[in-house]
Design a protein around this ligand. Structure first.
Ligand SMILES: Cc1cc2nc3c(=O)[nH]c(=O)nc-3n(C[C@H](O)[C@H](O)[C@H](O)COP(=O)(O)O)c2cc1C
Length: 200
């Protein structure tokens, strides 16, 4: 990322500002060793009761399941995410047995905790010079079937991870769009004492 192209309102850790979701990937398959530090970062995410409800399944290009997984992605994601070095399915455990009755019950923070793991992974990827780009645009029913998940689990996102590609391989339009975006100012969503709902 071009240094300084994101302007914070207040000084923060450069690591936070420099992470962004590029769509320019090299297509080179990643190894388990290269992925391990990313999973390790996710491992240290905070979670409710330290339950660590996240699960990751990774598929790399060249694997028998690669084409099937790419096909599950929304069309708008396929063109760039098919150049990932790995696609990660982030799954969370949503139902847990009640400690006393053994009955399955909803663990309310399962998605929130999985989101924390995603951010840790993304920050580590960024620090390691890798792209990590989350996608909600995929067929959830097909992803659930792809993994053979039962009702205890939920697919949260698919994450494209990989080495940065050469921007010269993008079209002009794709290259123009492949830049870090901005954020709403704090004044729009930080409130003192009382909540202020959106106008619309
Ligand atoms: C849950 C989630 C779903 C997303 N889905 C998609 C997606 O389907 N396709 C895509 O290109 N980007 C997707 N993104 C990336 C967001 O558009 C991106 O994070 C946001 O614009 C902020 O940009 P940044 O990550 O570069 O800071 C998703 C991000 C999240 C967290």
């Amino acid at each position: 990322m071009k240094a300084g192209s994101r302007k914070p309102e207040f000084e923060i850790e450069p690591l936070i500002l420099s992470r962004w979701s590029s769509r320019c990937l090299s297509g080179e398959a990643m190894t388990r060793d290269e992925l391990a530090p990313l999973f390790e970062a996710a491992r240290w995410a905070p979670s409710s009761g330290n339950l660590q409800p996240w699960r990751f399944v990774y598929v790399v290009p060249g694997s028998a399941r690669w084409a099937e997984l790419v096909d599950i992605l929304a069309e708008g994601n396929r063109w760039w995410a098919s150049k990932a070095g790995a696609l990660l399915l982030l799954v969370s455990r949503r139902l847990l047995p009640n400690r006393h009755t053994g009955e399955m019950q909803l663990q309310v923070s399962h998605s929130f905790d999985a989101g924390a793991a995603w951010v840790c992974l993304a920050q580590q990827a960024s620090a390691s010079g890798l792209v990590a780009h989350a996608m909600g645009g995929f067929d959830r029913a097909r992803a659930t079937a792809f993994l053979g998940l039962d009702e205890r689990y939920q697919v949260e996102v698919v994450i494209a991870v990989g080495k940065p590609g050469d921007p010269a391989n993008l079209t002009d339009e794709q290259r123009e769009r492949d830049v870090p975006n901005g954020r709403r100012p704090q004044a729009e969503w930080v409130f003192k004492d009382s909540f202020v709902p959106d106008a619309g």
